[in-house]
Ligand binder design. Structure first.
Ligand code: NAD
Length: 439
């Protein structure tokens, strides 16, 4: 029987979000941030200690040296990581990032997040993540290609359509996925499109994948407004991060009748209380790279974006954006986490006390992995869907997942973040119990 039926006294907000009780917990450490929520959800589920130990430990952690010849003839060695957190429900799924800040702890956290995210939206994948410690801005395209191919070669025994399926993440894109697919296929001696998702559409990518995460954020926000009995029309939104997720979510929310009053990117923040024309701002960024200087809005200090008088806040940029330091400034009724890990565990407590309705990352931004799942399905079938079908099927999954999480939240009197973890942990743990422990 599922642990979800376990009756417990309703916890207080302090119980739910007081996971910073460990004075050594590092608010900025993503693994600790993830574990703080995992531990509490596991406690509420009465997860038995053995299962807790299984789920806390990643299945596999790979560290590889990635030696390449630079364009100037020198040899440089980069470090690459791939962590497969759990594959009990299906093959590992998760992005690969190229960034100087990649650490094993971060990759471990992101891999576990993927396990929970795939389980929340109930798609048959486990969780994985990877990264190479490098500065892509200091490397040529040819050097990036060599890093990608050598990293892929080092992972040949671990990745594959039935084992672990990488995808784009920070500083990696369709082109990098094409190189991974090509390297893997050359070794297999036949094309293997389903080894990665986020590929160019011409070579097995899915229509609608590029917009999927932003679209999922729009659906989650719309469902939250409906759930809270709030109107769509005129609802004011501030978006942190105006890249793939933030700009597309903003555009689709505007189409639903909401008003985007503020947006920010790495160059700064813009504000117009009467609304920003999102298509116009996107065009400005296409032409000028950054939002800075956008003529139809005022420039404001970037940190002010969190304290604006808005109904919805959509952090879609980086981890640890909302912390203990700025959470008390939030005026929004809803936070839709487009980014992974934008809110620290310490900030959760403050937001909960303020009654902010937080749609957690593992639900809010799961539209992306859902359409990655569709891409993998289409590659394996060799039959491709039109964009309307992709969007319709994704919408069904997002709506269902939102309802599933709300039901758990109401049943256990917890917020949506803890409910998402409870739902995910319960789904993963049930399959572990069904499969049993091998040997
Ligand atoms: P992106 O690179 O397209 O855009 C990132 C945006 O954030 C850019 O506008 C950048 O200027 C801005 N930014 C960076 N640092 C900032 C800062 N300190 N303050 C304000 N803005 C800042 O990336 P993306 O694909 O939109 O991803 C954004 C977030 O969403 C990441 O956390 C990513 O992991 C997460 N995410 C993305 C997807 C996806 O499918 N793209 C899926 C799930 C989660």
């Amino acid at each position: 029987m599922s642990d979800m039926t376990t009756e417990k006294a309703a916890p207080t907000a302090q119980d739910i979000l007081g996971r910073d009780k460990d004075p050594h917990l590092d608010e900025d450490n993503p693994f600790e941030a993830m574990m703080a929520r995992f531990d509490y959800a596991a406690e509420l589920l009465d997860l038995d200690p053995g299962m807790y130990r299984v789920l806390r430990h990643p299945e596999k952690q790979i560290i590889v040296a990635v030696p390449i010849q630079l364009d100037n003839g020198d040899i440089e060695v980069f470090t690459g990581y791939r962590v497969i957190h759990n594959t009990v429900r299906g093959p590992g799924k998760g992005g690969i990032r190229f960034d100087l800040r990649v650490t094993q702890d971060e990759v471990k956290a992101l891999a576990a997040w993927m396990t929970w995210k795939c389980a929340v939206v109930n798609i048959p994948f486990g969780g994985a993540k990877g990264g190479v410690v490098c500065d892509p801005t200091a490397l040529s395209v040819a050097e990036l290609e060599r890093i990608t191919r050598r990293f892929t070669a080092a992972l040949l025994d671990h990745i594959g359509p039935e084992a672990d399926i990488p995808a784009p993440d920070v500083n990696t894109n369709e082109r990098v996925m094409a190189w991974i697919m090509d390297t893997f296929s050359m070794h297999q001696r036949h094309p293997v499109t389903a080894v990665v998702t986020g590929k160019p559409v011409e070579m097995g990518g899915s229509l609608g994948r590029r917009e999927a995460t932003g679209r999922g954020c729009m659906i989650a926000t719309r469902e939250a407004l409906k759930h809270l009995g709030l109107p769509l029309r005129g609802t004011k939104v501030a978006v942190q991060g105006f890249g793939n997720v933030g700009s597309i979510a903003a555009q689709l929310l505007e189409q639903e009748g909401l008003t985007i009053v503020a947006a920010s990117d790495v160059s700064g923040a813009i504000y117009n209380p009467n609304g920003i024309n999102v298509e116009d701002a996107i065009q400005w960024v296409r032409d000028n790279r950054y939002l800075q200087g956008y003529p139809h809005a005022d420039s404001i200090p970037p940190e002010q974006i969190f304290g604006l008088d808005v109904d919805v806040l959509l952090p879609a940029a980086v981890e640890n954006a909302i912390t203990r330091k700025n959470a008390h400034e939030v005026q929004a009724k809803i936070i839709c986490e487009g980014a992974n890990g934008p809110t620290t565990a310490g900030a959760d407590r403050i937001l909960d006390e303020k009654g902010v309705f937080v749609i957690p990352d593992i639900l809010a931004n799961a539209g992306g992995v859902t359409v990655s799942y569709f891409e993998w399905v289409q590659d394996r079938m060799g039959y491709f869907w039109n964009e309307a079908m992709v969007n319709e099927r994704m919408e069904q999954i997002m709506q269902q997942s939102f309802q599933d999480v709300v039901s758990v939240a109401e049943r256990h009197s917890v917020n949506l973040r803890i409910a998402s973890y409870m739902l995910a942990i319960d789904r993963v743990a049930s399959v572990h119990r069904l499969r049993g422990l091998y040997a």
